[in-house]
Write a protein that binds this ligand. Structure first.
Ligand SMILES: CC(C)(COP(=O)(O)OP(=O)(O)OC[C@H]1O[C@@H](n2cnc3c(N)ncnc32)[C@H](O)[C@@H]1OP(=O)(O)O)[C@@H](O)C(=O)NCCC(=O)NCCS
Length: 151
């Protein structure tokens, strides 16, 4: 049975356990922190079920490098707990991010997607921009973008 999922704003500190365990395993906590975590324009979302935080996503104000003059949000720190993968937590988080971008009148949302996650982002309307590139210590990525107003 699909669990009921609640998405709401959380603090940067609340994102850290999942960021560390899923995205930066066996690395010091400093590696899991983003410089923009505390900025007023940054928003962190958590996906909960039964009171447990099972997915996270962070949106920060940053221009797409290929489109430097346009207001944009960068999606970072997207992760769901391994035990709930494929149950809609990631989708619920991305839908909240798209809704937030629309409410904020931000026309563009982008991310550096792990190549293994490209299919997930495609399902939510993202498209690839440019060639695959390597992120040191993490692996291959593609830049992806979506226009929230069209979703
Ligand atoms: C990528 C990730 C966030 C997806 O989260 P999730 O909770 O499993 O996603 P959902 O269950 O909401 O999946 C939504 C849809 O995407 C599909 N999907 C999920 N992960 C996918 C993947 N890696 N490749 C292709 N499709 C994928 C699901 O099958 C589902 O499709 P459906 O609507 O047809 O049923 C999660 O697997 C994760 O945290 N991975 C490790 C960290 C990571 O790679 N983060 C992204 C870094 S850029």
């Amino acid at each position: 049975m699909t669990k009921s999922i609640e998405v709401r704003s959380i603090t940067a500190a609340e994102t850290l356990p999942l960021r560390m365990s899923v995205l930066r395993p066996n690395r010091p906590v400093e590696i899991a922190r983003f410089p923009e975590d505390g900025f007023a324009t940054t928003r962190h979302f958590g996906a909960f079920s039964g009171g447990n935080l099972l997915g996270i996503a962070t949106l920060l104000r940053a221009a797409l490098p290929e489109q430097p003059g346009e207001l944009a949000l960068q999606l970072r720190g997207m992760a769901t707990a391994p035990e709930v993968r494929g149950k809609g937590f990631g989708r619920a988080l991305l839908l909240a991010c798209l809704a937030f971008a629309r409410e904020s009148d931000v026309p563009l949302l982008w991310c550096n997607a792990r190549t293994s996650g490209v299919g997930f982002y495609r399902k939510l309307g993202f498209e690839i921009i440019g060639a695959e590139f390597q992120v040191p210590d993490v692996g291959p990525h593609f830049r992806m973008q979506v226009r929230p107003a069209s979703q």
